[in-house]
Design a protein around this ligand. Structure first.
Ligand code: OAD
Length: 239
């Protein structure tokens, strides 16, 4: 038995690509969500102010989709590494597939689809469960206090409260792994800059963003499931 303080810390930073093989759409690939929906109407602070019903409807549909999906082998391989490593997951994803695969330490940068929060108080959060998965501008909190609830999603134009703890985690990483993100959205895309020098960085993505010149990154140009199988073997060999 070894103590978690002795284990190497592997910090993952995941995006929509890690959930693609579970059947969830990414955002910017061909046929992705932002090709089908006007992003500034359904996922921005201004969009929510202008038409909250449309925004609730969009996330209701995302939630119905999510509950019909299962974690894939990439989510499971990440969770399996917890047996040998101190594994932390930072994710831009609002799905709960890392948690359902068994990952215990998951930090969501952009919120969580299965949660609602008080419009006026970001600290008051409730978790939804089937069959009650829908919300609307009329949805009130279950605590009887009449709070108006909204999707627990970080809209474009809003601050990303979890970026500070994420930066701290990245600074502690012994290995840093990026999976399935186009590295388009900040501040999440900037986490790479917080990796200490000399720490190995891997990036698994079949169509990776250009990271040349940014840092010394080993790119594994594969889908998440295949790339994670390859990486898990590398990590166990170098343990
Ligand atoms: P994107 O849709 O921008 O990028 C998805 C990435 O996943 C691309 O680099 C693809 O090449 C890659 N990909 C596709 N299939 C894959 C697979 N099977 N395995 C591995 N990678 C695969 O999604 P994100 O970068 O996650 O924010 O987007 C970041 C944020 O933009 C999201 O969190 C969301 C969106 O607007 C909010 O809504 C706040």
């Amino acid at each position: 038995m070894s103590d978690s303080r002795e284990k190497k810390k592997i910090v993952f930073s995941t995006g929509a690509g890690v959930s693609a093989e579970s059947g969830l759409s990414t955002f910017r690939d061909a046929g992705g969500l932002w090709e089908q929906y006007p992003v500034m109407q359904v996922a921005s602070a201004e969009g929510f102010a202008a038409d909250p019903a449309l925004v609730h409807k969009f996330y209701n549909a995302r939630r119905r989709d999510l509950v019909s999906k299962e974690p894939n082998e990439a989510h499971r391989l990440i969770a399996d590494l917890q047996r040998d490593f101190d594994v932390r997951v930072i994710t831009q994803n609002v799905d709960d597939l890392h948690e359902r695969a068994g990952s215990r330490e998951v930090l969501h940068l952009h919120g969580e689809l299965m949660k609602l929060r008080d419009v006026a108080d970001p600290g008051y959060i409730e978790t939804l469960s089937a069959p009650d998965l829908e919300s609307s501008p009329d949805t009130l909190s279950r605590d009887g206090k009449g709070r108006h609830m909204r999707p627990h999603i970080v809209f474009f134009g809003e601050a990303v409260p979890n970026i500070e703890p994420a930066m701290e985690l990245v600074e502690q990483a012994d290995v840093f792994v990026v999976i399935g993100t186009s590295l388009n959205v900040y501040p999440a895309a900037g986490l790479l800059a917080y990796v200490r020098s000399g720490v190995p960085i891997y990036y698994i993505d079949p169509s990776p963003a250009d990271v040349k010149g940014l840092r010394d990154v080993t790119v594994i140009r594969k889908k998440a499931t295949e790339g994670m199988a390859e990486l898990a073997a590398i990590l166990r060999n170098n343990q």
